[in-house]
Structure formats: C-alpha cells, structure tokens
Design a protein around this ligand. Structure first.
Ligand SMILES: NC(=O)c1ccc[n+]([C@@H]2O[C@H](COP(=O)([O-])OP(=O)(O)OC[C@H]3O[C@@H](n4cnc5c(N)ncnc54)[C@H](OP(=O)(O)O)[C@@H]3O)[C@@H](O)[C@H]2O)c1
Length: 326
C-alpha cells in the first residue's frame, strides 16, 4: 500500500512516499481503508521534535530517542472498514468510521488497523470523510479540558486564547454547545473566522490584552502556550479555572507554585483518546453544534506540502490530507 513515512526528524522534506505491506486485522482489530487524515500539532511535533521547552526528553522518549519510532504519521483519520478480525462485534465491513490513534499514528497510509476497543466510532451521518477526520484531535482535547477538567456548565463565561487553531476552534464550539458565553482571541486576519464559529465576543490579541479583564471568566482555556496563572489568575472569577492545554515546563512550574486565592485553580495535563468522546462529538456534529474548521486539503502524495502549509502563520483550524481510492 502507498504511505508517507519519515525515518529522520526534521523539516517537512523528511516526509517521503513509500510502499508498505498492507496490514491485516488480527483478532479484535479493524482494518480501515483510510479516506482522510490531517496534520495535527501531534504530527508536527513528532516530525520536527519541536517540543515545548523542558519536555524535550519526554518528547524523545514518546516519539523515539534518536529516530522516529512511528514512521507513518497521522494521529486521526476517517475511512471505511474493509475487514475485521475474529471476535470483532462492534464494526463490520462497509461501516464509515473515524478514529483517533493519537501517538499511535498510522493515518498517512491507504490502510490502518486499530483495536475495536480503541478510539474509533461510527462517522456522523451528514459529515464527509474530510470533516470526520478533523474531529478527534481538536474536538476531544477541547472536550476533555472543558468538560472533564473544568466542569463547564450553562452560563459559564469562557475565554479561549488561540481560538483560530485546531483545539481553539473546537473549544469555541464545544463551549457554546454547553451553553457558555464565549470570548475568543485570534490574530487580526482570523477574527471573522472565530466569530463565525459562534464566539460571542472576539479579541484581536495583537491589539488588546485579554488578561486586562478582572474577575471575568469561569474558565480560561489557552492553546497558544502564552498563559500562566500569574498572568491570568486575576481574570478568573472566584472558583474559576485556568486550562493550560499547551505550556512549557517553566509555565507549569510557575502556575503550580503561584498563590491561588478564592478557590481559583489551574490544570494542565494530557487529553486522552477515547471512543466515548468521539461518539459524544459525533452527536454534537449530527445536531449541528460542532463542525471542524477545515482551511485547506492536500492529497496524500503532497503530505510534505500539507505540513509546510500547516506551519505557515496564515493557517486556520485544520489541514486535511485526502486519500480517495484511485
Ligand atoms: N494537553 C494535550 O493533551 C494537548 C492536546 C492537543 C494539543 N495540545 C497542544 O495544544 C497546542 C494547540 O494545539 P492546536 O492544534 O490547536 O494548535 P494550533 O492549531 O497551531 O493553534 C494554536 C493557536 O495559538 C494562537 N497563537 C499563537 N501565538 C499566539 C500568541 N502569542 N498569542 C495568542 N495566540 C497565539 C494561534 O492563533 P493566531 O494565528 O490567530 O494567533 C493558533 O491558532 C499545541 O501546542 C499542542 O501541542 C495539547
């Protein structure tokens, strides 16, 4: 089968077309003919080893100490079940599915196998393969931080910093689906996009300081890697929560030791890959409450170009890599 692989860390040029044996579904596994995948921050970091300061060794341990352990990237994908292994009961050939292997990767290929008990779910009926492929990374991260770490509830005031990216654009929509009032920050050329996603108020982060508001937010979710508790703590309401989706070690340490008054808290950590979250997001999508924002699409053969575009400052939301049958 055709795939895109990298055997060294580096620029997008390390991504090369290769021919690999077609995998087979072992007991408990599902073989998927992949129709679309994406470039996520996970793919970018696993390819480039551009890891937030302080987590370099953790990154190398996760992705491979000297060279990539997983040579075929693709942290999320959609496609059609081609075959199932013995004992598989949840999926059958012909099912349209989307999946979130996360750091297991594998989406930059014609086929992938994934355990039926892993993060895989039926596609929402009205979405196409490109749209479904772009749900998991941004959607599941936003859902985990907002619902599971912060307990978002109707009427909450939420500030999303970095709302024009994959996680941020999902966080705006997930917050609205939970009945929150959303203030979102983005750079000048992306303000309309963020407003169209449903944000109630939009801030150009190059002209206005979102940390200037006092006691204003129940939840502040940062995807930009620029937030710390000392910077944003006083913008939280008493009992409010700062969510550091992306932060380096020193920001985490600064936040951990910062004096937090009035029940205000801060959380970082990892958002897991779970089938139940994919089903939850598929329900939101089916109800019209969540649609991943797709900026551009590239063919699988042009994966290096897709990564180059992903890195450009103009990029908004998600970059999809399509892989329709020839
Ligand atoms: N903890 C976890 O489990 C987890 C899971 C997924 C992702 N992550 C991490 O979360 C981060 C976000 O992921 P993503 O996929 O959403 O990335 P992304 O698509 O690149 O979005 C990041 C956003 O940050 C904004 N930004 C950049 N510099 C900024 C600044 N100085 N001030 C304000 N905003 C700024 C950008 O918006 P503008 O262009 O509009 O400025 C961009 O849209 C990544 O670092 C990723 O590794 C963590």
């Amino acid at each position: 089968m055709k795939a895109i692989a990298h055997s060294n860390y580096g620029t997008p040029d390390v991504l090369k077309p290769v021919d690999l044996p077609k995998p087979a579904a072992k007991p408990g596994e599902v073989l998927v003919r992949i129709r679309a995948t994406t470039v996520t921050a996970g793919d970018y970091r696993a390819r480039s080893l551009d890891i937030p300061p302080g987590f370099g060794l953790v990154g190398r341990l996760a992705f491979g100490l000297f060279r990539p352990r997983r040579q075929v990237l693709g942290a999320e994908f959609s496609g059609v079940v081609e075959a199932v292994g013995n004992d598989v009961t949840r999926f059958a050939p012909g099912d349209r599915v989307f999946a979130y292997p996360g750091a297991g990767f594998g989406g930059y290929a014609e086929y992938a196998v994934i355990a039926e008990t892993a993060a895989i779910a039926p596609m929402p009926a009205d979405l196409d393969f490109d749209e479904a492929a772009a749900i998991p990374f941004g959607g599941a991260t936003a859902l985990n931080f907002l619902r599971d770490k912060a307990g978002i509830k109707p009427g909450d005031h939420v500030l999303v910093i970095g709302a024009s990216g994959s996680v941020g654009s999902a966080a705006v929509q997930v917050s609205k689906a939970f009945g929150a009032h959303v203030t979102a920050t983005a750079s000048a050329g992306k303000l309309d996009m963020v407003g169209d996603l449903g944000a109630d108020q939009v801030i150009d982060h190059s002209r206005e300081n979102p940390a200037a508001a006092r006691d204003a937010y129940d939840i502040i979710l940062d995807t930009s890697g620029t937030a710390t508790y000392p910077k944003y703590g006083s913008s939280l309401k008493p009992g409010g929560r700062l969510l550091l989706v992306s932060a380096n070690l020193w920001q985490h340490i600064g936040t951990l030791f910062a004096r937090k008054r009035g029940g205000r808290k801060a959380s970082g950590g990892y958002a897991p890959e779970r089938a139940e979250d994919l089903r939850f997001l598929a329900d939101l999508a089916a109800r019209g409450q969540f649609m991943p924002y797709i900026d551009k699409r590239f063919a699988l053969a042009d994966a290096a170009q897709a990564h180059r575009y992903y890195e450009s400052p103009a990029r908004k939301g998600n970059v999809v890599i399509t892989n329709a049958p020839a």
